[in-house]
Design a protein around this ligand. Structure first.
Ligand code: ATP
Ligand code: MG
Length: 202
């Protein structure tokens, strides 16, 4: 019994110290600004995390926009969910995966057209949250000019949040970002021969 009380006391003290530390850190965070969030890495969870933040933002009544630079053949649940929502505008580069089109010139033209849409959003202070889904591939394949993209991200409205997803985010993009998560692949069902699943994968 005494042992339990002792343990409870120790727990209380540890939690008090923890609370002081956390409260201190919270008090120090006084800056309010639009964030650049980069979700990269080989593991699953980049786009779904971005769309999770879209759901949060819409829940708070924020004006949002989604630009999808690559779209697979499946009809994405996130688009079905948000496409009729007046708070969300959707722009989709409708070419599919680069390994499906196998046409570099066509991909470059489509990427340029889609970027024009993104650029309009990145200069519009009324848009509070912008998702640039699978943007990194446009840079790794050289479909979009890296400096042009970085410059548009840098000069966007101060309070605008931007979320970029895709594998192999460049060093410069990571440096520019405020929050970067690298999703690692510990295991993926696809490698066990399991096909894409509605709701989980698209
Ligand atoms: P999600 O949209 O599920 O969050 P993601 O954006 O992290 O995935 P992408 O590379 O954009 O990853 O994946 C597109 C599709 O490929 C999704 O259906 C996803 O489930 C699947 N996928 C993601 N990671 C892997 C992986 N490591 N191996 C196989 N398939 C994957
Ligand atoms: Mg994705």
């Amino acid at each position: 019994m005494a042992n339990t009380e002792d343990r409870n006391q120790r727990h209380k003290k540890t939690m008090q110290r923890k609370k002081e530390h956390i409260d201190g850190r919270i008090a120090e965070a006084t800056i309010d600004k639009g964030l650049l969030v980069v979700l990269t890495g080989n593991g699953k969870g980049k786009s779904s995390s971005a769309f999770g933040m879209l759901a949060r933002s819409v829940g708070h009544g924020l004006r949002c926009a989604v630009v999808q630079f690559i779209k697979g053949q499946w009809e994405c649940g996130e688009q079905l969910m948000f496409q009729d929502n007046l708070l969300v505008e959707f722009h989709v580069m409708n070419t599919g995966f680069t390994w499906e089109t196998q046409d570099r010139e066509q991909d470059i033209a489509a990427a340029g057209k889609t970027w024009d849409q993104a650029n309009l959003l990145l200069t519009n202070p009324d848009i509070e949250v912008v998702i640039l889904d699978e943007l990194t591939y446009m840079l790794t394949y050289g479909y979009l000019d890296k400096e042009m993209v970085l410059s548009a991200l840098k000069t966007r409205p101060e309070q605008q949040h931007v979320i970029v997803t895709g594998r192999n985010a460049s060093k410069e993009l990571i440096e520019l970002a405020d929050t970067v998560s690298e999703l690692g692949e510990s295991k993926h069902a696809f490698n066990a021969g399991i096909k894409v699943q509605k709701g989980i994968d698209y």
